[in-house]
Design a protein around this ligand. Structure first.
Ligand code: ZN
Length: 317
């Protein structure tokens, strides 16, 4: 993550249509909530591993990135994900010209029970900013938090197999311009038209106001009921928006993270994330500043959204 704040401000200032009101999801009865929930302690431990100084900030094509990847590969194996045809690792050139250092996405599959040809992609990026001027940018919230939730939900769906196939994608090289997710979309493990939706998590570990945003429904209105259902059951205050230009005080995050390349390729997306904070892209984005209850609330909200997405019959495009 993220954020062309200046550009968004300029676009916002240039747009003269009246800003539409952003929306807050209404509370709903918890009747359909699953009985087994994500494990908050295990997610926090995963953030602590990825955001440890020994991972050196996980900058793409560095020893710290390789160390983080080795740990993640062990997790994918232990969880019991299947590798796609090319294996768990998808390497790609960072430069558009093709030479030089390479990034590596990690991809695993949970085969669907009754509709395996229908695919939901669940993603987060494991890279961050590395070491700069002797400071380690640990990226606990950005985006170790999202990776921890993705791993936990992968575990959950291995124990409670979904109807549709879930492809787990841990992207590299997001911080240098969503290069990993672009590579994934360019060489997808299954054809893009089989991907019913993409769910991206980037910065889901903390917010002083306990507010979690879901972006994407302005572009993909058939996803409104999914976001509303998940938001209505959430322990957090879930708001829908950040997906249009010209809304006063609200940046457009449509191209702000790894959901962007999927959106451009015509795959409907929901992006879950919180507003920037004082530690955003600073060496102080540490595990001690993660709010365990927020991280758990975000995981439960994303799980609810995935459960709704899994059962939908109508096309979302
Ligand atoms: Zn990020």
């Amino acid at each position: 993550m993220r954020r062309a704040a200046l550009l968004a401000a300029l676009i916002g200032a240039a747009a003269c249509r009246a800003p539409a009101a952003e929306r807050t999801a209404e509370p709903a009865a918890p009747s359909a909530a699953p009985t087994s929930r994500p494990d908050g302690t295990r997610m926090l431990a995963a953030v602590a591993v990825l955001a440890h100084d020994s991972m050196e900030g996980r900058a793409t094509a560095t020893p710290g990135s390789a160390r983080a990847r080795r740990w993640l590969l062990t997790e994918l194996g232990e969880i019991g994900l299947e590798p796609p045809a090319g294996g768990f690792e998808q390497a790609f050139a960072i430069s558009a010209r093709g030479g030089g250092p390479r990034g590596v996405n990690l991809v695993g599959v949970i085969r669907g029970r009754t509709r395996p040809e229908r695919v939901l992609v669940l993603g987060a990026h494991y890279d961050h900013l590395g070491i700069r001027r002797d400071s380690v940018y640990n990226g606990a919230d950005d985006d170790a938090s999202g990776v921890a939730v993705v791993l936990e939900l992968a575990r959950w769906f291995r124990a409670h197999p979904p109807a549709s196939t879930i492809i787990v994608a841990l992207f590299d090289a997001e911080e240098v311009g969503v290069v990993g997710s672009e590579a994934f979309v360019r060489s997808p493990p299954v054809p893009l038209d089989r991907m019913a939706a993409m769910v991206n998590l980037d910065m889901v570990g903390r917010n002083a106001a306990n507010e979690l945003w879901i972006a994407g429904t302005a572009h993909w209105p058939k996803l409104v009921p999914v976001a509303e259902a998940a938001g209505g059951r959430s322990a957090l205050t879930v708001r829908l928006g950040h997906d249009r230009p010209g809304v006063a005080g609200v940046d457009d995050w449509t191209d702000a993270s790894d959901h962007g390349p999927f959106h451009k390729a015509g795959v409907p997306f929901l992006y879950f994330g919180e507003e920037d904070h004082a530690d955003y892209h600073r060496p102080t984005d540490d595990v001690e500043r993660i709010q365990p209850a927020f991280l758990l609330g975000a995981a439960e909200t994303v799980l609810d959204a995935l459960l709704v997405l899994d059962t939908l019959q109508a096309p979302l495009r």
